[in-house]
Ligand binder design. Structure first.
Ligand code: ADP
Ligand code: MG
Length: 443
């Protein structure tokens, strides 16, 4: 079978004052593709706690929760957030709609946080389509207060599906509904499961529990009963009949019985497959940017590397540079070429590049890319301006140089570093593919 989430020996305790509450006490549960699990049990038996573990909202105190073979305790909070937004859809007892947003806008909300950019394009169209799926096409532009409880819950259900989750997690979704609305929700859940959606629902509603493929009873944090209610539906080719922006031809109606047990790809392509492998941004890229920063700082001293030359910083309140040949003062710079020589700009730019490298290490790729580009552009403009000024001032002396070195030497290196950092920034931004996983591989 194709397992999505595996909970093994999970214990979750909470500290309440001096008392330790054992909300879950050694639970083993596998959620497989196509399952529709109904979790029942008295209040306080650990149902919500279990749902939170499956949904990667929480981690077990001991035992393991594995999503597509990745243990949640090995994952960063950020990785868990990615799993939640790509793999899980959540429905709550109290709907939790934004009161100031229309039904359609509420459905679109989780799509805004989704890393996968190619799905962002027609977010609104998909929201409308999902509202249609839950029978609310006509209510798209209504505010929650204009909707009944059942309608609000159907909006919340559409919202849970906007990122095409693999598992729908619902915590007492009919708890606040009248029986007619509750039956409607049960019917939609069943349809979604028939269409291939995996569902885990905590419920007291008999109709809803009876729609499930498997019933699980919890008591005092333990599974006390499990019952197969009906077979898991065969998995259709397109799990959800929601139009996809990227693959419009993939929505063909499935021929259910012709479907062999699919050797499905173990991990869907958009899952954070590489997240466990790398919690940090590439050290090579970070190191490269840092090195550029160091060289940039060093350009401040490059015109003066010869032991017979000297330089001075901030003399008499001005940025002044003196060049000496032996003990003989040959030239004094002040004003704008001197301010470059004295290293104000190379240091500012160099530190920016080092910061960009550090940010990259913390996976702030975009920020680090933009800093590199801006630093490179500014550095190139400064280097060129100052090269022109220096050579204009020195005239014929420029080719001879001072103390065996051309005064433009540092500026030429600065120009090179600037161009390199500009290019690095462009590459960093361009390498940031639509999937975080893909970008990681390229980085
Ligand atoms: N964050 C928490 N802090 C302290 N105790 C908690 C917390 N969450 C749940 N519990 C306790 O854990 C037990 C199980 O809670 P829960 O999973 O919410 O039960 P259910 O959803 O079945 O009603 C309860 O005794 C509850 O009081
Ligand atoms: Mg609960």
């Amino acid at each position: 079978m194709n397992e999505i989430v595996d909970v093994a020996g999970a214990v979750r305790t909470f500290q309440r004052g001096a008392e330790e509450v054992r909300a879950l006490d050694g639970v083993d549960l596998a959620v497989e593709q196509g399952d529709f699990l109904a979790v029942v049990g008295p209040s306080g038996s650990g149902k919500t706690t279990l749902l939170n573990l499956i949904g990667c909202v929480d981690r077990p105190t001991s035992g393991t929760v594995t999503v597509h073979g990745m243990q949640t305790e090995d994952l960063t909070d950020r990785a868990l957030a990615t799993i939640r937004s790509t793999t899980m859809g959540f429905v709550f007892q109290h709907f939790l709609l934004m009161p100031t947003l229309t039904a359609k806008e509420n459905v679109m909300v989780p799509g805004r946080f989704y890393a996968k950019r190619d799905r962002d394009r027609d977010l609104e169209a998909r929201a409308k389509k999902l509202l249609d799926t839950v029978g609310l096409a006509a209510r798209a532009d209504h505010l929650p207060r204009e909707l009944s409880g059942g309608e609000m819950q159907r909006v919340a259900l559409a919202r849970a599906l906007i990122n095409e989750p693999e598992i729908l997690l619902a915590d007492e979704p009919t708890g606040n509904l009248d029986t007619v609305s509750a039956d409607e929700i049960a019917r939609i859940f069943r349809e979604l499961n028939d269409a291939g959606l995996t569902i885990v629902v905590v419920t007291h509603n008999l109709e809803l529990a009876a729609s499930a493929t498997r019933g699980i009873k919890l008591r005092d944090g333990k599974i006390t009963e499990q019952e197969e209610l009906r077979p898991v539906p065969a998995r259709p080719a397109a799990p959800l009949q929601v139009e996809r922006a990227s693959e419009p031809e993939a929505a063909a109606a499935p021929e259910v019985e012709a479907q062999p047990e699919p050797e499905a790809p173990a991990v869907p392509e958009y899952m954070p497959q590489t997240i466990t492998r790398r919690k940090w941004g590439s050290p090579a890229v970070s190191g490269g940017l840092g090195l550029l920063g160091v060289v940039m700082c060093a350009t401040a001293f490059m015109p003066f590397l010869s032991e017979r030359s000297g330089f001075g910083l901030m003399s008499d309140g001005f940025f002044t540079v003196t060049l000496r040949k032996g003990n003989e003062l040959t030239r004094v710079f002040f004003g704008s070429p001197a301010s470059v020589f004295t290293g104000i700009w190379p240091f500012v730019l160099g530190l920016l590049l080092i910061a960009a490298g550090a940010l990259y290490l913390f996976r702030r790729r975009r920020t680090s890319g933009w800093i590199s580009i801006l630093t490179g552009a500014l550095g190139a403009v400064l280097a060129v301006t100052n090269l022109l000024m220096v050579y204009a001032r020195l005239g014929a002396d420029a080719s001879r140089g001072y103390a065996g070195m051309s005064p433009g030497y540092g500026l030429w290196v600065m120009l090179g570093v600037s161009i390199a950092s500009l290019a690095a920034g462009v590459v960093i931004l361009a390498a940031r593919g639509p999937r975080p996983a893909g970008a990681d591989e390229q980085a």
